[in-house]
Write a protein that binds this ligand. Structure first.
Ligand code: I3S
Length: 128
């Protein structure tokens, strides 16, 4: 029976290492604190894990580690935000609850992939 397999492959859309900082919580501005984060896009959520060294793509499994935090993408907004940082390849994700994150990668192709994958999920949820 293939159904569980298909469901899994639809849900885990993307995983990888990005630099992350939270810049607002409930609309209130926070001090930047960049750190590498293992980012996983599963279903309607972006999930962040600490200690990326222990979560390489080949060994990561949902369930074997505890997320640091997660973001509901329903109603979220995504914008390129290079003006908000001296780093290159920065985008800002804002949740309906007013939490704001900057995500960044030194690799152009990688950050573009993340941007369009997250944007696709947001647009899919907007149409629901
Ligand atoms: O936007 P800002 O305030 O210039 O962001 C920089 C600071 O948060 C800095 O921390 P301290 O002010 O606590 O030293 C960070 O180390 C920098 O990385 C931040 O700037 P970038 O341009 O890297 O986002």
């Amino acid at each position: 029976h293939l159904k569980p397999l298909l469901m899994c492959s639809q849900e885990l859309e993307k995983a990888g290492l990005l630099n992350k900082t939270k810049i607002a919580e409930g609309g209130r501005k926070l001090r930047k604190n960049w750190s590498p984060s293992w980012v996983v896009l599963v279903g309607n959520s972006l999930v962040f894990f600490k200690d990326p060294k222990s979560h390489t793509p080949s060994t990561w499994k949902p369930g074997n580690s505890r997320p640091e935090s997660s973001v509901d993408l329903r109603g979220a907004q995504l914008h390129w935000a290079n003006e908000l940082s001296s780093k290159k390849n920065v985008f800002k994700l804002r949740t309906v609850t007013g939490n704001e994150f900057l995500l960044q990668s030194e690799t152009d192709s990688l950050i573009k992939e993340w941007y369009s994958t997250i944007q696709n999920v947001i647009e899919r949820l907007d149409r629901e």
